[in-house]
Design a protein around this ligand. Structure first.
Ligand code: NAG
Ligand code: NAG
Ligand code: NAG
Length: 384
């Protein structure tokens, strides 16, 4: 497992209040996004900037990886140039206005017990959340601070199983616990999909040792009815975001939450209707969370433009704007999802029947002066 830390950029659009017509035909009630709710689209530095050896910049861990282990990237590409935002930044979005908030962004699924009537599976799902979100969020946002107690216990037990004389998890001192507690103004969440979680005999020896899933002693399962892109891994389950937001409200005393990443992978091409469907499902999950009193203030679609998608290189795309790799100008053009998202922002309505033709106009990326920029440091685990 390796820990990746990256710089993460959010741009937001000013908002105004409109009525929202719900996508679910069964729900006829009209709902609106609150007036102070903002929409944006996110990018991250290495994935779009390029300019890898310019301006006196040193090597990052990714500069090192793509040079020493190029086979780790599916198409053997790298982020040396990427979408070239290092040179094209004026075109993209980078007009910074001081926002005055500092927060942390964490990646999280929601874990649901595979058998909701099984106490063992309910505990397994909670343990999975402790390993996924809790190990970072509890020390900062929970009332007692520190790591989740079960996280401490399960790593200690696994260490004993492995014949170690002490836990692999280093403990915080009380001074460290008190220093870390409450150090974030908001919780940013990167969310893509969800899992069902179970625990039974088959979980023993199922995972590599040591690993987070082995420490937690859980098995995971994706519902085959969740639409999965053939290009990538994201399984669409918008209700999962609703459940995750309610979990955060209940676990961390209803903090301010921003969705800092949420998106769906496709091949190249501008008719990305699967991505449009994904955004509608997840924005509907946010409306459900708002109804449940969750303190969610904004949403950033991942991603503004096609980028270097880590170990997938440029073979899978997440952008709502296509970047033409073969064009020396790296021209940006709107996809179906950009037009759908733009209409949601304009009208505040999630209209499932809105079906624009992405090829009807040249769909260039235009940046309005009402954009603001937020910057957050994100942390996520890559299980290798
Ligand atoms: C456990 O073993 C390690 C390595 O052999 C040693 O450095 C450490 O002091 C030991 N810890 C305890 C609590 O005995
Ligand atoms: C454990 O649960 C999984 C998921 O329900 C199931 O596929 C598997 O057969 C179970 N294994 C045992 C040994 O019960
Ligand atoms: C886009 O793809 C959908 C199927 O996902 C298809 O029904 C539609 O005709 C396509 N539109 C264009 C403009 O190619």
């Amino acid at each position: 497992m390796c820990l990746a830390i990256y710089l993460f950029v959010i741009c937001s659009v000013t908002t105004s209040g409109y009525i929202v017509r719900n996508e679910q035909p069964s729900q006829t009630r009209l709902r609106s996004f609150p007036e102070d709710f903002f929409f944006g689209a996110a990018t991250s530095a290495y994935q779009i900037e390029g300019g890898w050896n310019e301006g006196g910049k040193g090597w990052s861990m990714w500069d090192h990886l793509v040079r020493t282990a190029p086979d780790a990237i599916l198409d053997r590409s790298n982020g040396d140039v990427a979408a070239d935002s290092y040179h094209l930044y004026k075109e993209d979005e980078f007009r910074a206005v001081q926002g005055g908030q500092i927060g942390i962004t964490l990646d999280s699924e929601i874990a649901m017990p595979l058998n909701p009537n099984s106490e063992v599976d309910i505990q397994a799902a909670q343990d999975y959340m402790d390993f996924h979100l809790g190990q970072y969020a509890d020390p900062i946002l929970s009332a007692p601070g520190n790591y989740p107690p079960r996280f401490i216990q399960l790593i200690s037990e696994a260490s004993t199983r492995q014949g170690l004389n002490e836990s692999r998890l280093k403990t915080f001192s009380q001074e460290e616990i008190d220093t870390i507690k409450g150090t974030s103004d908001f919780l940013g969440i990167n969310h893509y999909s969800s899992s069902y979680v179970y625990r039974n005999q088959s979980v023993t020896n199922m995972h590599s040792v040591p690993s987070a899933l082995d420490d937690a002693q859980v098995g995971t399962y994706k519902d085959p009815s969740w639409p999965v892109s053939p290009y990538g891994w994201v399984a669409t389950y918008g209700e999962g975001l609703h459940k995750l937001l309610v979990y955060i409200k209940n676990t961390y005393n209803n903090p301010i939450v921003y969705i800092t990443e949420n998106g769906y992978s496709t091949a190249s091409g501008r008719n990305d209707t699967g991505r449009s469907h994904y955004y509608r499902e997840y924005l509907n999950g946010i409306l459900d969370a708002i109804d449940d009193g969750v303190n969610i203030k904004g949403y950033c679609a991942w991603s503004l433009i096609d980028n270097f998608e880590w170990s997938f290189g440029y073979s899978v795309r997440f952008g709502i704007y296509e970047v033409d790799e073969n064009d020396p100008q790296k021209k940006r053009k709107a996809k179906h999802s950009a037009l759908v998202y733009k209409e949601i922002i304009r009208s505040r309505v999630i209209d499932a029947s809105y079906d624009p033709d992405p090829y009807a106009s040249d769909g260039s990326l235009v940046v309005k002066s009402s954009f603001i920029m937020l910057i957050a440091i994100g942390i996520f685990n890559i299980v290798l």
